[in-house]
Design a protein around this ligand. Structure first.
Ligand SMILES: Nc1ncnc2c1ncn2[C@@H]1O[C@H](COP(=O)(O)OP(=O)(O)O)[C@@H](O)[C@H]1O
Ligand SMILES: [Mg+2]
Ligand SMILES: [Zn+2]
Length: 262
C-alpha cells in the first residue's frame, strides 16, 4: 500500500530563507541570497535580477542589430552590379591629383556625414578620374552608418534586364526593381553610357521615377546635352531634382603609369 502521508510530506518538502544580503557591485541593487531546499536538494539563488534583465535586453538588441546588418549586407550583395576592381575603393585610398578632384572627395565625404538628408549627387567628368571610386566609397560608408545602399552599373543593369530572368536566378526582375525602389541610397553608375534605345529609356524610367524624392548618386561621362539625348527628357528632369553637380576632370588614373604622360 502507498504511504500517502510520506508522499504528501515529500511534495511539501520545500523551504527557503534569506541567508545573506549584499549590494550588486554593478548596479547597486540589494540582492537577497536565498537558500532553497526543494525535495531535499539545496539551491542557492544569488543572481541580480536587474543585471540579468539588462544582459538579456542587451543580447536581444545585439541579435536585432545583427539581423539588420545581415539584411543590409544581403541587399547590397544580392542586388549590386559592380566590377571586381572597384570593390577595394575607399575614401582613404582615393588620392586626388588636382584641386577639382580634391573638392569632389570632400563633397562625397560630406554627403556621407549628413546622410540621409534628402539630396543627390552627380559626378560628371572624364574617364578614369574616380567617379565610380568615390560613389562606391559613399555607398559603403552609408551602409556602415546603418542605411541600405545598392551600387548599380547602369550598362550592367540594362544587360541584366534584357536577359530574361529565369527560375535559376536568385531574384526576379520584380524583386530587383522593388529593391532599387526601396533602398536608402541608390548609386547609378555610368548613366548615359549606353546607346539610347526606346526600350532602355523606358526601363530606366521605371527605376528613376521610383527614386524621386530619395537619395541618389549618379556618375556620368556625358554633359547635360548628351545626357538628355541618352536618357530622354523625362528621365533627365527627374534625375536633376535636388541634385548637386560635382565636376571631376583630370588625367585617367588608369593610365598614370603609362608612358603617354611622359
Ligand atoms: N585619385 C585616385 N586615387 C586612387 N585611385 C584612383 C584615383 N582615381 C582613379 N582611381 C582608380 O582608377 C580606376 C578608375 O577609376 P574609376 O573610379 O573607375 O573612374 P571613373 O568612374 O571616373 O571612370 C579605379 O580602379 C580607381 O580605383
Ligand atoms: Mg566609372
Ligand atoms: Zn546588478
Amino acid at each position: 500500500m502507498r504511504d500517502l502521508t510520506k508522499e504528501m510530506n515529500n511534495t511539501m518538502n520545500f523551504s527557503s530563507h534569506v541567508i545573506k544580503e549584499y549590494k550588486c557591485c554593478k548596479c547597486g541593487q540589494l540582492i537577497k541570497v536565498i537558500r532553497l531546499v526543494i525535495n531535499g536538494k539545496v539551491r542557492i539563488a544569488n543572481r541580480c535580477k536587474v543585471c540579468d534583465d539588462r544582459e538579456l535586453e542587451k543580447e536581444a538588441l545585439q541579435a536585432y542589430k545583427n539581423l539588420q546588418i545581415s539584411k543590409r549586407e544581403r541587399l547590397f550583395n544580392e542586388f549590386s552590379l559592380i566590377s571586381e576592381g572597384l570593390k577595394k575603393s575607399t575614401f582613404e585610398n582615393y588620392h586626388p591629383t588636382n584641386k577639382e578632384l580634391a573638392e569632389a572627395k570632400k563633397i562625397a565625404k560630406d554627403y556621407v556625414d549628413v546622410f540621409n538628408e534628402y539630396k543627390g549627387l552627380m559626378f560628371v567628368g572624364d574617364y578614369g578620374v574616380g567617379k565610380s571610386h568615390l560613389s562606391y566609397s559613399i555607398c559603403k560608408e552609408v551602409r556602415e552608418k546603418g542605411f541600405t545602399s545598392i551600387f548599380i552599373s547602369v550598362p550592367e543593369l540594362l544587360t541584366k534586364l534584357k536577359s530574361t530572368f529565369n527560375n535559376t536566378g536568385i531574384y526576379t526582375e520584380e524583386e530587383l526593381l522593388i529593391a532599387l525602389k526601396n533602398v536608402d541610397l541608390l548609386v547609378l553608375d555610368d548613366i548615359g553610357a549606353d546607346y539610347p534605345t526606346e526600350w532602355a529609356i523606358s526601363k530606366l524610367f521605371e527605376v528613376i521615377n521610383s527614386r524621386v524624392g530619395k537619395n541618389n548618386v549618379y556618375t556620368t561621362n556625358s554633359n547635360a546635352k548628351e545626357l538628355i539625348n541618352k536618357v530622354g527628357k523625362r528621365n533627365f528632369s527627374r534625375m536633376m531634382e535636388n541634385i548637386q553637380l560635382v565636376k571631376m576632370n583630370g588625367n585617367d588614373f588608369r593610365l598614370k603609369n603609362s608612358k603617354i604622360w611622359n
